[in-house]
Design a protein around this ligand. Structure first.
Ligand code: ADQ
Length: 447
């Protein structure tokens, strides 16, 4: 391979630009070190007027050249907000009822994929291997083939893929599936996702197959962050505030897939059923606002404000706040250090492609006194993390029991469970994920 070409909707870490709090950016950052690399995608900027004059921005940092284009307001609304985040995201997270279906948005989604292909194709060189990421770009491979691109092209879906019986509620599901034939390798996170996608292929008679490539983190660097973060003044301040009380932590983008209202209700049930913890524990939930202009995300924010207010109003004392709730991101070192300081983490998505926070939490712990991970059975990470306390995120009683179990568990059991979790987090890493996907793509024989 001469060059790895990564294509994703958003392109991270341009000079001086803030890193978004998203899993894809974090995972690929560790993966691009080994190859000369072109990373193509949307600049995050909106361009005025129509799309006739669409400049390409190019910037090289180290061995990575970033090439980005802007989107018009209409494209942003239809492609990004509308079809990607308002239709495909809820559907792939098994929430067909939250889809705001619009044929108009579907047309713009296809058009933007064509725009991506038209801008990318002239940048490609012989020997490039192209790796396309995520649900924004299902039809990109097909659009590139249409322009006679012969390179190997792979596709990785970071989010879940639902059963065909659900997926087919999307009017153009069959043509989306057919578009996937353009890819030489199709990767998904879990066995369930592969089974669902392959069932769809077989129902439709499409000769394509999805394979499993579970994503992970860079555990060594996250563990180092947690160690180095201990000296930050904020960590000392949090320690003082805790006055020896155990800390429960939650860290998620503000998204309805993450099960946040359900989790908070689980914590409220915990305080109700186990009054001995009132005034004796602190729950810190860090939830940066995400996709804040999509209506479902606005109503989620209002709901969270209401539940947090209700819990603090019901159980709070003049010197004790049951839930501390932040809606802005924190630097990674601080996050890692808070993970290390805490006694338990609540990672309870209703559905999640993988969930990197679960793995980061394990990586940040210290061997002599590790905190306990409480993890949803419906996170892609769950099958490989059975030594966590696995819960049904809809069941507030189960969340309450798991919290009690985590906070009262013996040190020896915590250490035993953590040792086993640790083995998996250091085995299924971001580097191994990227290496095995790229190897699979390099092994494909091209016509
Ligand atoms: P996300 O839905 O963004 O990713 P996740 O895998 O948990 O979810 O990754 C989030 C990342 O953002 C983590 O690295 C986390 O530390 C960081 N982050 C979250 N909240 C933060 C905060 N308050 N401050 C700073 N950083 C924060 C999508 C899919 C997932 C899949 C990933 C990777 O939805 O299922 O695991 O892609 O494939």
């Amino acid at each position: 391979m001469r060059r790895l070409v990564i294509v994703s909707n958003r392109v991270p870490a341009l000079r001086g630009r803030k890193q978004p709090a998203g899993g894809l950016a974090v995972a690929l950052k560790d993966a691009v070190r080994d190859h000369p690399c072109l990373w193509f995608g949307w600049s995050g900027q909106q361009i005025g007027g129509d799309s006739a004059d669409r400049p390409l921005n190019v910037d090289t940092v180290g061995n990575v050249t970033y090439a980005t284009i802007g989107l018009t307001q209409r494209e942003y609304n239809g492609f990004y907000q509308g079809y990607s985040n308002g239709i495909l995201w809820p559907l792939c997270h098994y929430r067909a009822g939250l889809m705001n279906y619009s044929r108009h948005d579907q047309q713009i989604y296809d058009d933007v994929n064509t725009v991506f292909a038209n801008s990318l194709a002239p940048l490609l060189e012989d020997g490039d291997v192209v790796w396309v990421h995520d649900y924004h770009l299902f039809p990109l491979g097909k659009a590139l083939r249409h322009l006679k691109v012969k390179a190997r092209i792979g596709f990785f879906l970071h989010i879940p893929f639902p059963p065909w019986s659900l997926m087919r509620s999307l009017p153009e599901a069959a043509s989306l599936m057919r578009a996937l034939r353009a890819y030489d390798v199709i990767g998904v996170q879990t066995e369930d996702d592969a089974r669902n996608m392959n069932e769809a292929f077989s129902v439709l008679g499409i000769p394509a197959r999805a394979r499993v490539f579970p994503i992970g983190i860079d555990p060594d660097s996250f563990a180092a962050c947690a160690r180095e973060g201990q000296s930050l003044p904020q960590v000392q301040r949090l320690k003082q505030e805790l006055r020896g009380m155990p800390l429960i932590i939650g860290v998620d983008r503000m998204d309805y897939s993450k099960g946040l209202p359900e989790r908070l209700r689980g914590y409220a049930t915990f305080l109700k059923r186990y009054p001995e913890y009132r005034g004796k524990v602190v729950y810190l939930q860090i939830t940066p606002v995400s996709r804040g202009s999509v209506p479902e995300y606005q109503s989620l924010r209002a709901e969270l404000d209401q539940i947090v207010g209700h819990i603090n109003g019901t159980y709070g004392e003049f010197d004790w706040t049951p839930v501390r709730y932040l809606t802005h991101p924190l630097p990674r070192e601080l996050l890692a250090a808070f993970f290390q300081l805490s006694s338990a983490a609540l990672v309870t998505p209703l559905r999640d492609g993988m969930n990197l926070v679960a793995k980061e939490y394990v990586a940040a712990q210290q061997p002599d006194d590790p905190g306990m991970l409480i993890l949803s059975r419906f996170a892609g990470a769950a099958p490989d993390m059975e030594d966590a306390l696995l819960v049904n995120p809809h069941d507030s009683d189960e969340i309450a029991s798991a919290l009690h179990m985590a906070l009262s568990m013996s040190g020896s059991e915590r250490r035993l469970r953590w040792e086993r979790l640790r083995t998996d987090v250091w085995r299924v890493t971001a580097a191994n994920w990227a290496r095995s996907f790229i190897a699979a793509l390099s092994e494909v024989r091209t016509a």
